[in-house]
Design a protein around this ligand. Structure first.
Ligand code: TTP
Ligand code: MG
Length: 346
C-alpha cells in the first residue's frame, strides 16, 4: 500500500509577513498587490482573522477593504515567499527524495518506504518547519495523491489528518463536490443541475450516468475519484536552485594553498549535499570576498551535469586560478547550480 503525504502551508504569504511584523499577530492581515486597498489589485491571501470577515484569495482589494476597513494591507513580496518556499522544499526533500512540487506552498511526498509511522513522519516535518521557519502547515496522509490533498485541507490550520480507503464514506462523501480534484465551477454547476451536491452523491451516481453527462474520460474519472481511487504517480520534478557553502576566515588570508584547501573542503561538503539529495550539477561558481569587502565570482558551466567529486573539485580550483590575488581574502565560497535530478532517479 502506498503512503502519500500532502503538505500545504497555512495562510502562507500572510504567515511570512507576520514573522516580519509580529505586532500584527491576531489582527486581520491581507496580502495583495502593492498593499494599497484603494488601488487596483487582488488579495493573494488573508490571515485566518481576516477570513472571518469573508475576505479570500482573488478578491479585489477594494472589496476586502469594504468588508474589513480595519484590516492591515501589505504588499506582495514574492521574492521572499519563494525563498522561504525553497527552504521548506529542502526540508521536505530530506524526509523523502520522492517529492512532487505542488506549487509555492505545497508538495507531495511518497513516504511508502520511510520506516516510521505516518504520524511520526508528519510530526517530524511539522517540527522541522516550525523550528527552521516559524511557520505552521497542514499535512494529509493517505493511500494516494487525491485523498492526501483532501486530507491536508480537512483540519486547517496546523492540521494533521491520516485517511485510509475505509475512511472515504465517513470523511470524504459528506464534502461538497467541488472539494474533489477536477471538479471546477463548470462541473460543479452541471452536477448541481443533476441534483448532486456532495462527493458521496457523485459516488452514488452510476458510471453510465456520469459518462453520458461528462464524456468517457471525465465521467470515468469522477466515478473513481468519488470513491477515493487514484493511481497517478508522483512527478518528481523538484530540484533545489543551488547548493552552496561559504566561510569567512578569522584573519584575512593571503596564502593560496590555504585558500585552495578551504575551497576543496567546502566543495566536498556541497558535493555530498547534492549527492545525498540525488542531484547533479552543471555549473560551479567560486566566490571570493577580499579584505576591502569587494566580492567577485568566477564560474564554469560544464557540458553535462555531474556529481563526481574529483571533477567538481578540479573545476572549482580552476575557477580559483582565475582570480587576481592582489589583496588578502576575507571569505571564500562555492555554489553548485544548474542542478537536475541524477539520471538514475529520474
Ligand atoms: P493557498 O495554500 O491556497 O492559501 P494559503 O496558504 O494562504 O492559506 P491556507 O491556510 O488556506 O492554505 O495558497 C498559497 C499561497 O499562494 C497564498 O498564501 C497566496 C498565494 N495565492 C495567490 O497569490 N492567489 C490565489 O488566488 C491563491 C489561492 C493563492
Ligand atoms: Mg496554503
Amino acid at each position: 500500500m502506498q503512503r502519500i503525504l500532502h503538505i500545504d502551508m497555512d495562510a502562507f504569504f500572510a504567515a511570512i509577513e507576520l514573522k516580519r511584523h509580529p505586532e500584527l499577530i491576531g489582527e486581520p492581515v491581507v496580502v495583495g498587490g502593492r498593499g494599497d486597498p484603494t488601488k487596483r489589485g487582488v488579495v493573494s491571501t488573508a490571515s485566518y482573522e481576516a477570513r472571518q470577515f469573508g475576505i479570500h484569495s482573488a478578491m479585489p482589494l477594494r472589496t476586502a477593504l469594504k468588508l474589513c476597513p480595519q484590516a492591515v494591507f501589505l504588499p506582495v513580496d514574492y521574492k521572499e515567499y519563494s525563498r522561504v518556499s525553497e527552504q521548506i522544499k529542502r526540508i521536505l526533500h530530506e524526509f523523502s527524495p520522492i517529492m512532487e512540487d505542488g506549487g509555492i506552498d505545497e508538495a507531495y511526498l511518497d513516504i511508502t518506504r520511510v520506516e516510521q509511522p505516518s504520524e511520526a513522519i508528519a510530526r517530524g516535518i511539522k517540527n522541522r518547519i516550525w523550528s527552521a521557519q516559524g511557520l505552521t502547515c497542514s499535512i494529509g496522509i493517505a493511500p494516494n495523491k487525491l485523498l492526501a490533498k483532501i486530507a491536508s485541507d480537512l483540519e486547517k490550520p496546523d492540521g494533521l489528518t491520516i485517511l485510509t480507503q475505509e475512511d472515504v464514506p465517513a470523511r470524504i462523501w459528506p464534502l461538497p463536490a467541488k472539494k474533489l480534484y477536477g471538479v471546477g465551477p463548470k462541473t460543479d454547476e452541471r452536477l448541481k443541475r443533476m441534483g448532486i451536491r456532495t462527493i458521496g452523491e457523485i459516488a452514488s451516481a452510476s458510471r453510465q450516468v456520469l459518462v453520458s453527462e461528462f464524456g468517457a474520460s471525465h465521467g470515468n474519472y469522477l466515478y473513481e475519484a468519488s470513491r477515493g481511487i487514484d493511481d497517478r504517480p508522483l512527478v518528481t520534478n523538484w530540484v533545489p536552485k543551488s547548493s552552496s557553502r561559504e566561510t569567512t576566515f578569522e584573519k584575512d588570508i593571503g596564502n593560496r594553498q590555504i585558500l585552495a584547501e578551504t575551497l576543496i573542503h567546502l566543495t566536498d561538503e556541497v558535493v555530498e549535499e547534492i549527492r545525498k539529495g540525488g542531484f547533479e550539477s552543471r555549473t560551479v561558481t567560486v566566490k571570493v570576498r577580499f579584505s576591502d569587502f569587494k566580492t567577485h565570482t568566477r564560474g564554469k558551466t560544464l557540458n553535462e551535469a555531474i556529481d563526481d567529486a574529483g571533477i567538481i573539485r578540479s573545476t572549482a580550483l580552476s575557477c580559483l586560478e582565475r582570480f587576481e590575488f592582489k589583496k588578502r581574502v576575507r571569505l571564500i565560497g562555492i555554489r553548485l547550480s544548474g542542478l537536475r535530478i541524477r539520471a538514475k532517479y529520474r
